[in-house]
Design a protein around this ligand. Structure first.
Ligand code: SAM
Ligand code: SF4
Length: 330
């Protein structure tokens, strides 16, 4: 599948639930979000059907996200169904890691190939400040287990001046002692993220260089997997350090992804509302061919790039999505 700018779309991120067991300040409003009524969330069968159609259109990589994907009951059933699709090469999950240790064996059996675990600090007090929960130890245990399991393990950390600015070298140290990549992601002004102050990747890199010595960019410039991260090697580190810099270095020209929300909206860009509601088609007896046509037509309309710089102002573009990150899935 290609959009009108010739970008090949082969990566689907599915938000399987809007529920979450944490309350990260930059993602979830303090009072939570208005919950989607149970019947409005796509069933596992509906999600499997859409993924099957998308696999026929060229999707090769599927990532389950949320809210917190591991709170969705029977996620493994969906994963098994996706694993059976001939063209799917990667099945990944983005998780806060709280439930990962206990669920990992089942997820691996169902075909999990890669896990991104979000962790902004290794300090239990800061963890509590950011997420509202005492679960830092649980997440660290899950990271160790996942790293030892053979599932490709990446840590996602969002540097924020308000809480973890002085603790980034310690998060990076996970890649020194474990076979995991640690990636620093620039805070995006989506939903609650607009209230806080992220840090540019270059500043974080400088901090790591003063802690660990010179960093060598990966040979081919950046590629490691199919994502937008720029990777570096540090002396004596087992894993790599990556930077995802949507604010300081837009990578929209290489964007290969589309998103499906828990209630069945196919979203084409993290910022904009552009997309199509697939649920009415699913629930009104549409044939696969009809759904395929709706997806192709929507993908044609994928915006050329985000305008996050402009989101930081008081009047974001009218067609910006008002969903919070917890409702989109990152
Ligand atoms: N609950 C799962 C988790 O935390 O990994 C999956 C959903 S969460 C929305 C996905 C990712 O988005 C997390 O790594 C989180 O840190 C990141 N995120 C949330 N809000 C963000 C923002 N405003 N800017 C950048 N990343 C954000
Ligand atoms: Fe939940 Fe993930 Fe958002 Fe934190 S970042 S509130 S864990 S969805």
């Amino acid at each position: 599948m290609q959009d009108r700018f010739g970008r090949r779309i082969d990566y689907l991120r599915i938000s399987v639930t809007d529920k979450c067991n944490l309350r990260c300040k930059y993602c979830m409003p303090p009072g939570g979000v208005e919950r989607i009524p149970h019947g409005e969330v796509l069933s596992l069968e509906e999600l499997a059907r859409i993924t099957g159609i998308m696999a026929g259109l060229g999707i090769r990589s599927v990532r389950f996200t949320g809210g917190e994907p591991l709170v969705r009951k029977n996620l493994v059933r969906l994963m098994e169904a996706v694993h059976e699709l001939e063209n799917i090469r990667e099945i990944a999950v983005t998780t806060n890691g709280v439930l990962l240790e206990e669920q990992l064996p089942g997820l691996m059996e169902a075909g999990l190939t890669s896990a991104n675990i979000s962790l902004d600090t290794v300090d239990p007090r800061t963890f509590r400040e950011i997420t509202g929960a005492d679960a830092c130890g649980k997440v660290l245990a899950a990271i160790e287990k996942c790293a030892a399991s053979g599932v490709r393990t990446k840590i996602n950390c969002v540097p924020c001046r308000e809480w973890n600015a002085g603790e980034l070298a310690e998060v990076a140290a996970l890649a020194k002692r474990l076979p995991v990549d640690v990636r620093f992601i620039e805070l995006m002004p989506v939903g609650c993220g607009r209230q806080f102050h992220g840090m540019p990747s270059e500043e974080v890199l400088e901090e790591l260089v003063s802690a660990y010595g010179p960093a060598r960019p990966l040979k081919d410039g950046k590629k490691r997997g199919n994502g937008p991260a720029q990777y570096y090697e540090f002396e004596d580190f087992i894993g790599k350090i990556g930077f995802i810099s949507p604010m300081s270095h837009k990578f929209c020209g290489e964007c290969n992804r589309i998103r499906l929300t828990a209630e069945g909206r196919l979203k084409l860009c993290l910022q904009y509302n552009a997309g199509v509601e697939l649920k009415p088609l699913l629930r009104n007896g549409a044939a696969d061919e009809e759904i395929r046509a709706a997806i192709l037509e929507a993908v044609e309309q994928k915006p050329m790039h985000h305008d996050f710089e402009q989101m930081k102002t008081d009047c974001p573009a009218e067609d910006s999505d008002s969903r919070k990150m917890v409702q989109i899935g990152g």
